[in-house]
Design a protein around this ligand. Sequence first.
Ligand code: UTP
Length: 292
Amino acid sequence: MKKVRKAVIPAAGLGTRVLPATKSMPKEMLPIVDKPAIQYIVEEAVRSGITDILIITNRGKGLIEDHFDRAPELEAKLTGGGPEKEAMLHEVVDISKLANIYFVRQKETRGLGHAVNCARWFVGDEPFAVLYGDDVIIGEDPACGQLIRAYEEFGKGVLGVKEVSREAIGKYSSLKVSPIRDNLFDCDDMVEKPAPDQILSLYSILGRCILPPEIFDILDQTPPGANGEIQLTDAMRTLARREGMTAVDFTGKRYDMGNKLGIMQASVEVALQHPVIGEEFRRYLKELCQTL
Ligand code: UTP
């Protein structure tokens, strides 16, 4: 079995739920305390054993490319500036060394399935991970790595899933699952943005999957679905019905950086754990809470 060493991060959406912040800035660059969302995602991939990453961008996402590049002027300014500046220098340079990072543009915003289909040349005939560019997952054991282990054990495409509420599931997907053991399930059907009478279970795909290269031929044949977009879920449904997939209820806290509340939850919770500002922020928050 081929190892999963490549990852694709689709980051070419329009981010309309986070306007006006995303009018000219990609939502993937929104900071969680002091790091942009997409850096957390790249770091998760690297901690999971991924060596090559393709980020799907579009017009106006040059900031993402700059973030993973060297920054000679900034580096010169930080050089020889005392221990704190030196530490920051290393941090800034290290970002450009995290992995082999490539970029390709999705020329029209035609949906997540269409974005992933832009990665065919990069993936070749290997299994690969997809990490949605606006889903940050923070945890000891990287979520992508948990999915890779399930791929290595069962040899089928893998979905990262969590239970969501009945009220919210219409915004996500719904999976037909049967338990294998612990947090692992077989999945042989799914529906994107289910109407109330289409709900198969409250398990929904949240932000991560491992796909075999056969997904590209399926994507080529997948017509536009919900919202008139080519949905990755529709292609994965074909795969699940054909050969089954494995679902992993992953550990780790997921933050949806595609909506305003998710962004605030990520900022507050990560700030509370931050080595430099954590304690002070906790004191501030406790004081603030008393006034609410
Ligand atoms: P979303 O549906 O959350 O992205 O897609 P969006 O279109 O930016 O959202 P809104 O509704 O307008 O706020 C999930 C992921 O897929 C990427 C997005 O960048 C996000 O990381 N995506 C979506 C693409 O790369 N291309 C697309 O055509 C659509």
